[in-house]
Design a protein around this ligand. Structure first.
Ligand code: FAD
Length: 500
């Protein structure tokens, strides 16, 4: 066998969430290998400072890092998230849930969704998400993580976290330090190349240059390495997802502590509400063709349920992704690689995927390009899946009350989404897609929540006794309500877990 040496020095540019998540994982994975990891962050260029709602994979990420959940939550002002409550999306006054976890269980070996669909066609079922534990708990403001050794009817719930992005970065910084990640606070002013075009070293304004074999560009929207140095293009997806800015502000905490994110549709976009232990995060995501920055600030402040803690600030963004996430000896992670608006809280998931896929495909010194191509293929699929899922929330709306919503009726949607919707509309089937972050129940929750029902159901469910199925559905709903009623509130659960 040839001596295909492993890479020995990794340099991460950027100390936002992407930089510190990458440093934490690389530091841990490379422990004992002799490889060095250096993270450089500028004292003058701030981080984006948002990114507070997550999907359940973030809890898996903490497990991979062996970080105790309660410790992380105590240090980051965190709360639990059972899903998202969508208001005003289908039409004004309308609400639905996108809960995590599973909904129902197969009946007579047929998918629960199909059994539910037949009952719904007969007008004899509640909302699809009424049959899942996470929505049942969220509705009541309750929370509980079932003991895997003692399964019950709430066992198939799913949960994620809300937390303070700044405190999370601080936590991961301390964690990375225990794995000998070298930390430099300095600004990169120049990027040097090898004769064949790879990145060789970063020159800093007040520190000797830092050289490395492999570079992770976590420099945020500046994309200093992947774009400025290596000229990899950004593919804009504004035609599919037109929102391009957010007004953001924190407010006093609410009286209750909802175990879910809220996403409320507005005249020119939508508004989020993310409850933390001691404050609430708020943002109005809008498209500047339909709403000025001032109007967005005013609309956000007018909608707050509690007093704002500061003046709203505006963050601009361009929806899209890098043509290649990995080019030469540089990987784009976080906002430098792309951004899909925060409707389904997927930013940190994509960071986690970017770095986990990299670790799984860790190159050696003679990597020929095949590894890079496979990595880029996998990341393209991740971005496209999430893009389709987000577009689906908008294109199924029936709102006609403002130019923003009226224009959605005529907007082109990706061909891949067109195909998914056509298959679903026929008999409620979904395109098989093992790499989709959003499992079948997520698609069903949002599609049925938006009032999109298939024309027919899968006729194989006719083999089941209909009266029995109908009774089973009613029992699932009743038993979920009963079990949820016994639980403590989200706030009480947190206080006990975190010893507050
Ligand atoms: C409005 C909005 C809402 C969002 N909401 C969510 C959400 O709810 N959930 C979610 O998962 N994601 C969300 N995201 C995405 C999430 O915020 C980002 O994916 C995440 O914060 C990663 O940012 P980053 O680390 O790539 O960039 P940044 O936070 O911008 O960090 C960039 C870093 O690079 C450094 N840097 C830049 N240039 C230089 C230089 N020349 N020299 C040295 N250092 C340099 C900076 O100092 C900084 O440390 C949201 C994003 C936006 C815009």
């Amino acid at each position: 066998m040839h001596n295909h040496c492993p890479l020995q020095s990794f340099v991460i540019l950027g100390g936002g969430t992407a930089g510190w998540m990458s440093a934490a994982l690389l530091g841990r994975i490379l422990k004992g290998s002799g490889a060095t990891v250096t993270l450089i962050e500028s004292p003058d260029i701030s981080t984006v400072g948002v990114g507070e709602a997550t999907v359940p994979s973030f809890v898996d990420f903490l497990q991979i890092l062996d970080i105790p959940l309660a410790d992380f939550m105590r240090e980051t002002n965190a709360t639990f998230k059972l899903g998202i409550k969508f208001s005003e999306w289908h039409s004004q006054g309308h609400r639905y849930w996108h809960p995590f976890g599973n909904i129902g269980a197969r009946i007579d070996a047929q998918p629960f969704f199909q059994q539910w669909l037949k009952c719904t066609h007969n007008g004899e079922a509640g909302a699809y998400t009424d049959y899942g534990p996470s929505a049942a708990m969220a509705r009541e403001g309750k929370f509980y993580i079932p003991d895997p050794k003692r399964p019950n009817n709430l066992s198939r719930m799913g949960y994620a976290l809300h937390f303070d992005a700044g405190l999370a970065a601080e936590y991961l910084k301390r964690y990375a330090a225990t794995y000998n990640v070298r930390h430099l606070v300095s600004t990169v002013e120049h990027v040097s190349h090898t004769p064949d075009g790879d990145i060789s070293e970063l020159r800093l304004n007040d520190h000797p240059p830092v050289s490395g074999e492999f570079f992770l560009d976590c420099s945020g929207q500046r994309a200093l390495l992947i774009e400025k140095a290596l000229k990899v293009q950004y593919l804009p997806w504004e035609a599919f997802l037109p929102v391009n800015a957010a007004a953001v502000v924190q407010s006093e905490p609410g009286e209750t502590l909802p175990p879910y994110t809220e996403a409320i549709a507005h005249e020119a976009g939508w508004r989020w509400r993310i409850p933390l232990q001691t404050r609430t995060g708020n943002g109005y995501v809008f498209c500047d063709r339909y709403c000025s920055e001032d109007k967005a600030r005013q609309a956000l402040l007018a909608a707050l349920a509690e007093p704002a803690l500061a003046e709203p600030r505006i963050i601009r963004f361009a929806t899209g992704k890098r043509q290649k996430m990995w080019h030469r000896n540089c990987l784009a992670v976080g906002l430098s690689g792309g951004f899909l608006e925060p409707l389904e809280s997927t930013g940190l998931y994509l960071i986690m995927r970017a770095i986990l896929n990299f670790v799984e495909l860790m190159p050696n010194r003679v990597e020929s390009g095949a590894t890079r191509r496979e990595y880029n293929r996998l990341m393209d699929i991740e971005y496209e899946n999430i893009r389709d899922f987000i577009v689906m929330h908008y294109c199924t709306s029936t709102r006609q009350d403002s130019p923003f919503w009226r224009d959605w009726q005529a907007r082109a949607i990706p061909d891949s989404l067109k195909a998914k919707l056509a298959l679903y509309r026929n008999q409620g089937r979904l395109v098989r897609n093992d790499l989709d972050l959003f499992a079948e129940d997520s698609w069903y929750a949002v599609l049925t929540g938006m009032g999109v029902l298939p024309e027919d159901y899968d006729r194989r469910v006719d083999a089941s006794d209909y009266a029995t199925v109908r009774t089973m559905l009613a029992n699932v709903d009743r038993s979920l309500r009963h079990s949820t009623a016994q639980l403590r509130s989200h706030r009480q659960y947190l206080q006990e877990l975190l010893n507050l």
